[in-house]
Design a protein around this ligand. Structure first.
Ligand SMILES: Nc1nc2c(ncn2[C@@H]2O[C@H](COP(=O)(O)OP(=O)(O)OP(=O)(O)O)[C@@H](O)[C@H]2O)c(=O)[nH]1
Length: 589
């Protein structure tokens, strides 16, 4: 080999090496820029926005790929023959369609990638995959029986989730204990296993302080039967214990904190949760390391081994991911407010040499089942997005027993008319007007300030002052009545029994009211009807109930400033070396 050949080989090696360094710097810069960019959650896109956005995206991709994109077919005809089909029949058909298409309701997958890919290539591939995913969801909506509720449409937020899923061994899906299945995303579990079969998902059933012990028992049974790994937890209770405080809100039932030795039913404390997370995640790390060792011994490839387990926290906005991380870390590291969607970037926190936590921004996953109003009432869409406040308040009125609302607010709701089903929940208008009347909320128009009332009631519903919870699927109303310690539910059951009954004058008169009674009632159904109850509330009570309302929490700054180091991808990392008191594996009693 001549000298000139050696030189050119050397030069090309150096060139290649420099090229690789430049590429990794570019990638680092790219992710840093992503980090600096203020990420906005996008869940609402009108048809026209979607068309413009998708057309722009398609054109951009065309330029990149030099190939034609399939034009998007978007059905703008929202009119359908649905009006001729009875609502119930329509809902039944909808349910069948939803079940048929359940498997299409996926979270977007990150396209395959390798470290050798350029930043532009990665970016274009991810955008293309995301566009395909959006297209798939649009095509689902072409089916007039399928209605997709608002979901996250910002690719950069999904990118955060992809990275958390990839790096985590144990993925903790944080859900609200009051309706765990509403906040669960089974496809996310499937996706995590697609990335790596060894990854495990655990349901962290947070806000368990708002759930009576016997309801917890029923959910524990359901989770066990369905092979779901779960833990009951209360970030707020753990934080209070850490600070030596007591949870003292008047609506919190002492029964919810009943001591139990059953590890499935007990609400975990901070140290217990840390130990359990570390134990579960370390099991995965052990399996992975032993597989890596055997691969390395059988081939020339060296598989990467590591001892630190990564636990990623994912879930809908507002379920308490940041509160959980703060409680586990033992100090405020991520901002907590009652406004959904504040966590914009994932953050890693080193707890010990064996355990690292990773907090992901909250994501609204695509779903068929819930209405936008249910999503507002469940705290996953901000109350500010509420345009039809009565619809959202109807969700509250349907889920909280009438007597409970009356007792929490010290109000008297108008009773159902004689010709109405006596067990019917209050109408949103009745609740809003009674509430306004009792508190003297009047808008500038002189009418009850329903918007203000709706916001306050929703805050109470989300915050737990208005108690409500779902039972596991298959639970009958009788079981529910067991756990609802109110006479109102007995009334409801009695009401439904009498409705079913075929004998009895009272029942008949309830079903077929006299026309005079109906006209009488209709003429009396006016604003005054709602205002009547105001007389019952004394000025003293009004002041007291004003005091009961929590001031809305101010939006706090996130603590990205405290990030003091970076990981290999240029992502921020906060080091909080803090060995939990009890790091050994949790003994299952
Ligand atoms: N009752 C009760 N409330 C809780 C608990 N944990 C969190 N919260 C409340 O739930 C709200 C949301 O908590 P966050 O920790 O900010 O929720 P998040 O999941 O990080 O929200 P995003 O940043 O939007 O993803 C706050 O008002 C918390 O006080 C809990 O264990 N019990």
């Amino acid at each position: 080999m001549g000298k000139s050949e050696k030189t050119s080989l050397g030069r090309s090696l150096v060139k290649h090496h420099n090229h690789m360094i430049q590429e990794s710097k570019d990638k680092g810069k790219y992710y840093k820029n992503l980090q600096k960019k203020v990420l906005e959650s996008v869940t609402e896109v009108s048809d026209i926005d979607a068309i413009i956005e998708q057309a722009e995206e398609a054109e951009r991709l065309y330029t990149i790929n030099h190939s034609s994109s399939t034009p998007l077919s978007i059905n703008l005809d929202t009119n359908s023959s649905s009006s001729v089909i009875a609502a119930e029949e329509w809902r039944e058909q909808q349910k069948i369609e939803e079940a048929l298409h359940a498997s299409s309701l996926q979270v977007p997958r990150r396209p395959p990638w390798t470290p050798e890919m350029s930043v532009e290539e990665l970016d274009a591939n991810e955008k293309q995959a995301f566009l395909n995913w959006r297209r798939m969801l649009v095509s689902l909506e072409e089916n007039e029986k399928l209605v997709l509720t608002p979901f996250e449409k910002n690719l950069d937020i999904w990118r955060q989730l992809w990275r958390v899923l990839e790096r985590s061994d144990l993925i903790v899906m944080v859900v609200d204990a009051r309706d765990p299945l509403f906040y669960r995303c089974p496809d996310l579990e499937a996706y995590a296993r697609e990335i790596d079969e060894h990854k495990k998902i655990m349901l962290l059933v947070n806000k368990a302080d708002l759930l009576p012990t016997d309801v917890r028992e029923k959910w524990a049974e359901y989770f066990r039967l369905n092979n779901i790994l779960f833990v009951f937890w209360s970030a707020i209770a753990a934080t209070a214990t850490l600070e030596g405080k007591v949870l003292k809100e008047q609506w919190r039932q002492p029964d919810n904190f009943q001591k139990t030795d059953d590890p499935d039913i007990m609400i975990y404390g901070r140290d217990e949760l840390l130990s359990r997370l570390e134990f579960e995640a370390q099991e995965i790390v052990k399996v992975r390391n032993s597989r890596a060792a055997s691969v390395s011994s059988q081939s020339s490839t060296v598989e990467y081994q590591r001892d630190q387990a990564v636990v990623g926290f994912v879930g809908y906005p507002n379920v308490g991911k940041s509160s959980t991380i703060n409680a586990l870390v033992g100090q405020k590291r991520t901002g907590v407010t009652s406004t959904p969607g504040k966590t914009k970037h994932f953050q890693t926190l080193i707890i010990s040499e064996e355990l690292m936590l990773c907090d992901c921004p909250g994501l609204v996953f695509p779903s068929f089942s819930s209405s936008r109003y249910e999503m507002i009432a469940s705290g996953v869409l901000p109350i500010d997005r509420m345009t039809e406040h009565r619809e959202a308040i109807q969700v509250v009125a349907d889920k909280v027993p009438r007597r409970v609302i009356e007792s929490v607010y010290n109000i008297s709701l108008p009773k159902p008319k004689t010709y109405e089903r006596q067990s019917r929940p209050p109408h949103a208008a009745e609740l809003l007007r009674s509430y306004c009347a009792s508190r003297g909320y009047v808008a500038s128009s002189g009418l009850p300030d329903e918007t203000k009332a709706a916001r306050l009631i929703l805050k109470d519903y989300i915050g737990g002052k208005l108690p409500h919870y779902a039972m596991p699927p298959g639970m009958t109303q009788g079981d529910e009545a067991d756990i609802e310690d109110t006479e109102e539910l007995e009334d409801i059951l009695e009401g439904s029994e009498s409705e079913d009954s075929t004998v009895g004058d009272e029942t008949e008169s309830e079903q077929v009211p006299g026309i005079d009674a109906v006209l009488d009632d209709l003429s009396s159904f006016d604003l005054a009807n709602g205002l009547k109850s105001s007389k019952k509330v004394t000025a003293k009570k009004q002041t007291a109930s004003h005091k009961q309302h929590k001031k809305p929490q101010r939006k706090k700054d996130r603590t990205w400033r405290v990030q003091n180091t970076e990981d290999g991808d240029g992502m921020p990392m906060v080091k909080v070396f803090q060995k939990p008191a009890n790091t050994g594996p949790l003994m299952m009693r």
